[in-house]
Structures are given as C-alpha cells and as structure tokens.
Design a protein around this ligand. Structure first.
Ligand code: FAD
Length: 454
C-alpha cells in the first residue's frame, strides 16, 4: 500500500469521486454522490463484493425514523446520542455522534422510501444499551440481503462498480491532495484513475493479523469473523498522508459464536433471559453488559469457551435471524426437558448446572449485578449451545468530521480525502466495551451517505 507522486503524464480517465470499497459504506456513499450529481466509481477488490456487511445481521440503528413513528416508538437523535456516549464512556467524538444520530432517521427513511428497501423495526426484544427500540432490519435480518439490495439499487441507477480492482496506490501531491489511485487487476495489470476527491470505504484492519496484534493485542488469538479482505489499507494510506488516527485499540467483539460451527447466535438469547455458563456449569459475568466485551470475557474462561442456555420462548424470537436458523440446522443448538438432561447433552457437570438454574430462578439481582426479569424466567424445554468469542470488526481509524472529512495529525483537514464506515474512527470509544449495537452500520450507512452528499 503506497502513496506516491502523481504520474507526470496524468490520468487517461478522471472521475469526480473515487470510492475504495463496495460494502454498505461505499455503496451508500455512491448513491448519495450520484444524487448530488457527482460522477463516481466504486473500486472493489473482490470479484463479487460482499465485505463484512454481507456477514453482518444487517441491523441499522436509526432514531426518529418513519417506521419507528408507525410503531409508536418515541425516539430522538439526542436520546440516541446519549445512549452512544453512555456506552462509549463519553469518549466518542461529539461532532460525529451528533451528525450520525441526526442523520440516522432520515437515512433509514431514504433507504426504505426513496430506495424501496423493506425495512422493519426489531420490536420484540431490546438491544443492550439502547433506551428505545431503534434497530431496523430487512426481512431476512441478514447483511447479505442488505448488500444485494444496495448493489441492485446502484446498478439500476447506473453507478459503476468495478470489481476485481484492488487499490494499491494513492497518487497525491505535496499538499496531500489525492489526484488519483492505482489498482491491480486479476490478470496482474495495474490501472489508474484520476479523481477530484477520494472516499475510503475499505473498512478497518481485522483481516490484518500484524495490525490486530499491534493495536488490539488482547483479541489477537480470537477467531476473526469479518471479511478477510479488510486489511487496514485506509489506515496505512492515511498515515502516509499525515492523517490523524483515533482509537486504534477499539474493536467490536462478540461472545456468542457457536463453536466449532462458527455461526453467530444472536445476543437476544441472553438479553431475553438466557445465561452463559462456563465448562464448570457456573455463570461468570453479567451477560447484559454487551456482546462486544463478551468476546474477551468468554475467551478468558477455561478452554476459551462458554455455553449459552435459554428456552423455547427465546428460541422462537431468535429464529427471525437467518444465522440462528443456520446454527440450528448445523446441529449447534441442543434441546432437553430438564437442566440435568441439558447438562448431559452439553457434556457439562449436571449438579453444577442444576444449581445455577435454581439460583437464577430465585434471583432478582445476582452477584454480578444482573437484574433478572421475573416475567422472563427460563422454562422447559431448554436449549444450549457451545460458544466462543470472536473479533467482528475494528472500530478505530482515520479521525474524521461529521461528514467524513479526514483530519490531519498536524491540525486542519486533508484537502479531498474522506473516510467512512470501518475505515473511519467509529463512535465506540477506545476499547472493546464502548460498542453500542449497530455502531458499525451506523458509521457505514449514515456516514457513507453524508460523505457522498458532502
Ligand atoms: C458477523 C458480523 C455481524 C455484524 N452485525 C452487525 C449488525 O447487525 N449491525 C451493525 O451495525 N454492524 C454489524 N456488524 C459490523 C458491520 O458489518 C460493519 O461495521 C460494516 O459492514 C462496515 O461496512 P463497510 O462498508 O465499512 O465495510 P465492508 O462491508 O467490509 O466493505 C469494505 C469493502 O472494501 C473492500 N476493500 C478492502 N480493501 C480494499 C482495497 N485496497 N481495494 C479495493 N477494495 C478494498 C473489501 O473487499 C470490502 O468489500 C457485524 C459484523 C460482523 C462481522
């Protein structure tokens, strides 16, 4: 990944805006760019773009959307911003938080209205840290559908998406103005395109083991669950251009990935009343804190694993997620009528699991500080699944303004460089416990749109 002086003979093709990366961030940026009547092209390294977006549950948080209003949910950008800052310990950039939360409802309305995407509000369970129900998903509750719908929309609107275009070089002048990029084609050829501005939408560095070890060492041995092609290119280019970096130690983990199947088991199984126990059949933390920090907590248990225990009421809520259905189809989730039988099926010490289940049945607030809702006690038949922790995506990145303009380390802004989605610093603070559900696609979809339109 290099930054070098522009070619002396210029570029044979020039476009107003070049967008590197064809995930949710890149495609929403392109749609907004086109609406603003600025020509753009997306350069995507893969033959068919998927990105981490396709691996996600595709849930986008938005405050004040028309869908929330229809569902009678009273929400506001200010309330959403307060939830983000509470989870991030006040460390998120207030300018970016204000911009994203204010634009979140209108962006969801734009996707659902202007672009006809059939979103609905997840209204049957709460995500930790959100004081209102504001997660919006497509019918499958799967990010693959989000990518497919965005790609179809871009294609229908005539937006150029060049796949098999691995951007390796930025051409910039001495003032840090990007004048074009160079990209490798599958046949080994190198091509170039000039631009008036560049939007980096190539996500973070989860797919780069050296960078993970350097910036987020506590998660370096965990499974990486995101897109392998996200190798930190935006950060390396940004460093070369003198951009300021922010919160490179921040990331989103997840502590409920079916193991060894490698399928995400929605956090709803815990927030709706389920628990996690370790190999000894004992609980080890307050499961309602959040799923990001759960990765580190689960990995610290014996064998780096845990068991999520829930019941059939919860399973029927979780089945709205394609991933959960896939975990069931893979045989990851077992069922039994009693705690003893469940322990036997999961190969856990029966006596300990029975004690744990009896304990939570009579508890309102446990020793770990979790408040149990008496209306959500676990009832037979029970379900259990062996899980581990994984790294989903990094949250640190280029320091940006509320429209995605990249800041210089020395002060001021780079002339024509933008970063959106996982390429930009998110709103999750400096570690792994500041991630509020949906911060990933919030930065991708909303910041992507704001940058595209800027
Ligand atoms: C299992 C899982 C579940 C998740 N669930 C949710 C959820 O429900 N809600 C939520 O908000 N977030 C969720 N996330 C996080 C979310 O997926 C990401 O925050 C979001 O997809 C980031 O979008 P993006 O466009 O920045 O990156 P991506 O979708 O990863 O797209 C980046 C693209 O850039 C391309 N690229 C990289 N380098 C180059 C290069 N040099 N040249 C050309 N192309 C390049 C990549 O191939 C890729 O296609 C989840 C993540 C995972 C892993």
């Amino acid at each position: 990944m290099t930054v070098t002086a522009p070619p002396e003979d210029g570029f044979s093709v020039t476009v107003d805006t070049v967008i590197v990366g064809g995930g949710a961030a890149g495609m929403t940026a392109a749609l907004a760019c086109q609406e603003a009547r600025r020509a753009c092209v997306i350069l995507e390294r893969d033959a068919v773009q998927t990105g981490s977006t396709a691996l996600s549950a595709g849930l986008i948080p938005a405050a004040g959307s028309a869908l929330q209003a229809e569902a009678g949910i009273d929400d506001s950008a200010e309330r959403f911003a307060a939830d983000i800052q509470r989870k991030a310990g006040g460390e998120a950039d207030p300018e970016v938080v204000a911009a994203l939360t204010a634009a979140s409802g209108p962006t969801l309305d734009w996707l659902a209205g202007t672009h006809g995407m059939p979103f609905s509000v997840v209204s049957d369970f709460d995500y930790p840290g959100h004081s209102r129900r504001r997660m919006h998903g497509l019918p499958s509750r799967a990010g693959r559908e989000l990518v497919d719908r965005l790609r179809n929309t871009c294609t229908a609107r005539g937006i150029d998406i060049l796949t098999g275009a691995h951007v390796t070089t930025l051409f910039a002048d001495a003032a840090g103005r990007v004048q074009g990029v160079g990209y490798a084609r599958p046949d080994g050829g190198l091509e170039t395109v000039g631009c008036d501005r560049l939007i980096l939408a190539c996500n973070g560095f989860g797919g780069n083991p050296e960078m993970v070890a350097a910036y987020t060492p506590e998660i370096r041995d965990a499974l990486y669950f995101g897109h392998a092609g996200n190798t930190g290119d935006a950060i390396r280019w940004g460093e070369a251009l003198g951009a300021r970096m922010r919160h490179l130690g921040a990331y989103q983990g997840h502590g409920n990935v079916a193991h060894p199947h490698g399928v995400l088991v929605t956090w709803a199984v815990l927030s709706e009343g389920g628990i996690q126990v370790n190999r000894d059949g004992r609980r080890f933390w307050n499961e309602l804190q959040g799923y990001s920090e759960a990765a580190r907590t689960v990995i610290a248990q014996p064998g780096g694993e845990a068991y999520a225990i829930f019941d059939s009421r919860i399973a029927s809520i979780a089945r709205q997620f394609e991933d959960f259905r896939a975990a069931e189809a893979a045989g990851a989730i077992v069922t039994a009528d009693t705690p003893e039988a469940l322990a036997a099926r999961l190969d856990l010490p029966g006596g300990a699991l029975v004690e744990t289940m009896v304990e939570i049945e009579g508890t309102t607030t446990c020793n770990f500080g979790r408040v149990f809702d008496p209306t959500k006690r676990l009832r037979p038949p029970y379900h259990g699944v062996r899980v581990t922790g994984a790294l989903f995506h990094t949250q640190g990145g280029l320091d940006v303004t509320g429209t995605g303009r990249v800041r210089r380390a020395s002060g001021g802004l780079l002339p024509n460089l933008y970063a959106v989605g996982g390429a930009a610093c998110g709103v999750s603070g400096s570690g792994d416990d500041g991630y509020l559900s949906g911060n990933g696609l919030l930065s991708a979809v909303v910041l992507g749109r704001l940058a595209g339109a800027a």
